[in-house]
Design a protein around this ligand. Structure first.
Ligand SMILES: Cc1ncc(COP(=O)(O)O)c(C=O)c1O
Length: 448
């Protein structure tokens, strides 16, 4: 496996440096504050698992543009594919004149997503668009309207996707009204079980409560789809017990409800296999991909059972830029990169390294409430008090700031903003992972 050898953080100025500071001042005048940035450093170049800013500071990147750089920044073959496609043509609109790259990519997704049944795929620009389209298709196919979504879910910021998202501040507050016919239930958040039960004694009561939702909130016969993230992304890397998926899937199948797996953050080997659903033996009716699919270019996909996907009539689906030829060319190379770099195995290794390094952190740092995740999708939940589990968002901010000042770029997650999440590019070397975790350890020590 060829791995990036760049590991060194280089801080030449205080963070942010003078040039970034100047642009940051301009940005405040030009860009609305609603579009927030974690760190006010302006980036000049990126490679592998490192970012370099315009002041010459180099950061170790544990965010990958929020899960978009699973194969690393600027994979050379992806960059070449982009250049070659840009030389041929940039855009015709697939809805006007198609091109072969779109087909080849759809073919990859049809064959490599879980489920050995005929599938079809089409492309959009963003994860939120993929979510919206999946709901449209499920509604059209079932001729039902209701959708089940989960607490702590994140499905995007456009209006229907936002309505499905389960976190008020800052995503939903003041942005209503929200789309109707969305019914919510607690996710399998074992650390904060909504039913005050403990796994495995609970017998995944949270999954069985789906039947109760049909009694109390919406009739099963009115439900078009259930949408879920196999591991919550923005919600804090909450990982359900394996049997949760089987119970949810059985209930959905019994009632003819379309199962939509939002793998926009969990996909492309973040949890190990190409798709997290595979880990749980789940074959969703529709699976959504985005983020890392095109190595950093805007692209998202909806892949599903052929008979469901073919329900909307010609013209019922699409979008001007959906499946742009340059993004398709990049994504085709991304599939090659996944195999060439053996990203599933690398994600497992990173997960094991994370586990071995953080093994005794729970004993050392009382602020840590839970350490969890799957493959290379790992997180640490911080609490003020282990007995009450009171979230510690301020302390999480301090930990992040301490990391940033030491050159480690890392972000938070969770409904309470108290989860530190790792989305490191999977091509990061062992020494980069060790370096990043050593910085995180120092940062935790500084607030404990
Ligand atoms: C699970 C999940 N679904 C949907 C989205 C929305 O994707 P986008 O920001 O590309 O619209 C995200 C983005 O973070 C996500 O993590």
């Amino acid at each position: 496996m060829s791995l990036s050898t760049e590991s060194s953080i280089r801080l030449v100025t205080a963070i942010p440096g003078p040039r970034s500071l100047e642009l940051q001042k301009q940005r405040e005048q030009i860009v609305p504050r609603g579009v927030a940035s974690v760190l006010p450093v302006f980036i000049e170049r990126a490679s592998g698992a490192t970012l370099e800013d315009i002041d010459g500071n180099r950061f170790l990147d544990f965010t990958g543009g929020i899960g978009c750089q699973n194969a690393g920044h600027c994979v050379p073959e992806v960059v070449t594919a982009i250049e070659e496609q840009a030389d041929e043509f940039l855009h015709t609109c697939f809805m006007v004149t198609p091109y072969e790259g779109y087909l080849r990519l759809a073919e990859h997704l049809n064959s490599r997503t879980p489920g050995n049944f005929p599938k079809k795929t089409f492309f959009l620009n963003s994860g939120a668009e993929a979510v919206e389209n999946a709901i449209k298709i499920a509604r059209n196919y079932t001729q039902r309207q209701a959708v089940i979504a989960f607490d702590d879910a994140f499905h995007g910021r456009t209006q229907l996707a936002l309505s499905l998202t389960g976190k008020s501040h800052p995503y939903k507050t003041g942005f209503g009204p929200f789309a109707p016919e969305i019914y919510r239930m607690p996710f399998a958040y074992c650390y904060r079980c909504s039913y005050n039960l403990t796994h495995p004694g609970c017998d995944v009561e949270c999954a069985k409560q789906l039947e109760m939702t049909f009694k109390r909130r919406v009739d099963a016969g009115a439900v078009a789809a259930l949408i879920f993230e196999p591991v919550l992304g923005e919600g804090g890397f909450v990982t359900p017990p394996a049997e949760w998926f089987a119970v949810i899937a059985d209930i959905c199948r019994k009632h003819g409800i379309v199962i939509i797996a939002d793998e926009i953050q969990t996909g492309f080997c973040r949890t190990g296999p190409l798709f997290a659903s595979t880990r749980f033996g789940l074959e969703p009716d529709i699976i959504l991909t985005g983020k890392s699919i095109a190595g950093g270019l805007p692209l998202a996909a909806v892949t599903g059972r052929a008979e469901i996907m073919d329900s909307p009539p010609p013209g019922g689906l699409g979008g001007t830029y959906g499946g742009n030829p340059v993004s398709c060319a990049a994504a085709l190379e991304m599939f090659q990169a996944v195999d060439r770099l053996n990203l599933p195995a690398r994600a497992e290794c990173i997960g094991q390294l994370f586990e071995s390094i953080t093994r005794n952190w729970g004993h050392r740092f009382p602020i840590i409430g839970d350490i969890r995740g799957l493959g290379a999708m790992r997180a640490i939940e911080l609490v003020k008090d282990r007995a009450t589990k009171e979230p510690a968002p301020e302390e999480a901010k301090q930990v992040l700031a301490a990391c940033h000042q030491r050159g480690l770029l890392i972000i938070s997650a969770g409904t309470f903003g108290n989860v530190i999440r790792m989305l490191v590019p999977l091509i990061a070397t062992d020494s980069q992972i060790e370096e990043g975790l050593r910085i995180l350890e120092e940062a935790l020590a500084s607030v404990s």
